[in-house]
Design a protein around this ligand. Sequence first.
Ligand code: 5GP
Ligand code: ZN
Length: 119
Amino acid sequence: MMHDPNCLFCKIIAGQIPSKKVYEDEHIFAFHDIAPWAPVHFLMVPKLHIASMAQLAPEHAALMGHLMTLAPRLALEQGCSPYPDGGYRIVTNTGSEAGQVVHHLHVHVMGGPRPWLKG
Ligand code: 5GP
Ligand code: ZN
């Protein structure tokens, strides 16, 4: 399914639930996390509804490559300091035991000066 009408992040992508947008293109949407753990904390999602990393298939390789190569650029644009003295965490929780709460694949990008609230 391309979009899940019951999915929170599908609704955010569609603009049905407001968010603070960081970036958008044909395939990717990025927005600030509503409960940030770090001075910079945004989420990157494919517009395609994929529940988690566990559902990835070879046909998603270009999409995920695009997402992951975009993350460092957006991290710097959002105020993370450059590697190696600065940097950022790129985290993807997959499944409930890993802390995944929203079942639409998303990558957390966190950074900025410490201390952080969490992470
Ligand atoms: P997970 O625990 O699934 O990896 O992460 C879900 C993230 O989505 C959490 O960090 C949470 O703060 C964020 N989140 C949950 N609901 C909303 C919302 O309505 N808007 C935004 N911007 N972030 C949300
Ligand atoms: Zn979704």
